[in-house]
Design a protein. Structure first.
Length: 131
């Protein structure tokens, strides 16, 4: 029995992609945080992800119709990180939104960090796969 367990463990170590979730597809949820004026704010988020190996591409935005390109997308096991230019255009002064998420119990959860005009913003993100 120990030999079978050891062989299975070695198989998982040898092929880590087999153990990880495939994040491809639509995800929807919300993010919430405290604004610089002290007010708590909750916004919707929609992501269309494409996961290939350790690479994550796709789009993310406030709705299915308003989407911005994902940059620097990475997958490490059940952890996902990527950046999105908020507003889709750096020339307007829109902040870069940095996502760090982990997959657990059917949710991609984690944090969203941004900085605009010297003000740092942090929010908690919670999304689930759209069926």
């Amino acid at each position: 029995m120990k030999k079978i367990a050891l062989a299975f463990a070695l198989l998982l170590v040898s092929f880590p992609a087999l153990a990880a979730e495939d994040f491809s597809g639509p995800w929807s949820g919300s993010f919430s945080g405290v604004m610089p004026d002290g007010q708590e704010r909750t916004e919707q988020i929609f992501m269309m992800l494409t996961h290939k190996g350790t690479e994550l591409t796709g789009t993310a935005g406030p709705s299915e119709k308003v989407q911005w390109k994902i940059e620097k997308g990475k997958v490490d096991g059940n952890n996902v990180s990527f950046e999105v230019q908020g507003g889709g255009d750096a020339s307007t002064g829109a902040p870069v939104l940095k996502f760090t998420l982990a997959f657990a119990e059917g949710h991609l959860k984690g944090s969203l960090n941004a900085e605009q005009g010297g003000i740092k913003l942090t929010a908690k993100v919670d999304t689930t796969r759209v069926k």
